[in-house]
Design a binder for this molecule. Sequence first.
Ligand SMILES: [Zn+2]
Length: 200
Amino acid sequence: MHLQPVDTGWIEVICGSMFSGKTEELIRRLRRAQIARLNVVIFKPKLDDRYHAEQIVSHSDQRMESIPIEQAAEVLDRIPKGTQVVGIDEAQFFDSSLVSVCETLANRGIRVIVAGLDQDFRGQPFEPMPKLLAVAEFITKILAICVKCGNPANRSQRIAKSEDRVLVGATDAYEARCRRCFSPEPVPPSRPVDSPVDES
Ligand SMILES: [Zn+2]
């Protein structure tokens, strides 16, 4: 971000595949806001309780307290007066009203930082991320490393046998893969699931 807006809210989106470090980047920005003594509130979807029910947790085990919610509209009901920065993790798990919620917050002068998967396991745009990307002032797309060939990876390869669009999981269910190594159909893992993964 080269020019920081003044006296206005805005929307920042951090997107990418699984294991690209989206939550880590979200936490980095929110921590810096806290250090600047800004009032920060963080939300996450209730359905994502992989690591902790009330914290957002990066794969590198950085954590921040958050409010678990089911519907995007709950954000508007639950932000305390005086909130200056709102962080939202795993945005792809929210309904499409998240877009208008983020716009409402930004229009009220709040800095909104949203992290989420931009593609589903078939490589298709994962709503509501495409619309958020369209209305955001700042977009950061980060890449993982393809586990098969080492190229920059922007796809989440499903390695669990499920056709459900929402399958909450990590190394047991997905691998980061590049365009060349990605398949829109679930495939067997490229290595034993229990082996250590470099998720940096
Ligand atoms: Zn590859």
